[in-house]
Design a protein around this ligand. Sequence first.
Ligand SMILES: Nc1ncnc2c1ncn2[C@@H]1O[C@H](COP(=O)(O)OP(=O)(O)OP(=O)(O)O)[C@@H](O)[C@H]1O
Ligand SMILES: [Mg+2]
Length: 313
Amino acid sequence: MKGGVGKSALTVFLADFLSSQHEQRILVVDLDPQGSTSKALIPEATIEKAFKQGRSVTTLLRLACNGGVSKEEAESCLLLRESGGKPRKGSVPLGPLSVLATNRDDWRKFTEEINSLQPTERWKFLDVLKDSLAPLADDFDIVLIDFPGSEIFYWTTMGLRATDRWLLPEIPDFLSVSDIESVVEQVQEAQKNSTHTILPLGTLLNICPNRSSGTYSKARAALIRLQDLNAIPPLFSKDSEVLHRPEAQKATDWGSEASKTLVARYGPATKPFHVGLRKLAKEVLERLGKSSDKDRLSVVANIRRKLRDYWRS
Ligand SMILES: Nc1ncnc2c1ncn2[C@@H]1O[C@H](COP(=O)(O)OP(=O)(O)OP(=O)(O)O)[C@@H](O)[C@H]1O
Ligand SMILES: [Mg+2]
């Protein structure tokens, strides 16, 4: 949920690897009005055309607010990335995937409408994303939800209440790591008055520089302490960490699109970056099969202060 830690990049990488290499049926839900995830997966012209036809997250949410969504209605809001494309030698073709994109103007309008409601009324609409996705449950194996960078109460809470498991992306940087407390609070807040439990999936270090750097080791050590307190989801293995690589940026920055995304463009690769992402996708799948209600996280007080101490020690 924090800005610039690679939420969108990781969503794109996981969508690509899980659909192309593991044949998972993937739906990507882009809750960020900037739409960087959608634009990395679907050509911008296709997205614009879809918005003109009213195919977006907000259309789906409005239907849910007005009494319910049928499977056909939900499916008609999705944008499809076809499979295929010419892979590089030794690579695999892109897997198909679906994207639920956010129309910025409509996002703003919808947010204003929700904000104009009385708090007691607003509460009723917190589960509309969950309700909107329910009719699609049989169509997909995994739904990846990308969150906006700053906390926008309604969207963050609504998004979290639609999730079964959360992945915490981190970068080895003190300010980013110390922001964990507010992220954990948001997850706890979203579960209030809900029977729904959001289970931890994992904490992932992204944009890792040289692993011999002091900042990297301090960040990892601090995260391990928090993981041992059961305050954050368990770290993914070191092999699954995502390195700081220019190709990561190329694959996810604005203007890139379906034909250029990671698997097709950079091939099978023995490159450490690729090997890491492959390992990550595999580990994600393993964890999805494993988590259980017993794995609920503990409420740990003063995370921020503890982190400062860990960081210094
Ligand atoms: N492993 C990586 N190596 C190099 N650059 C990366 C890596 N992961 C992400 N980036 C780049 O870092 C920037 C921030 O990443 P990204 O947009 O995915 O973050 P975010 O958490 O989604 O940000 P926001 O909060 O704005 O939505 C982007 O320019 C992206 O291309
Ligand atoms: Mg983003």
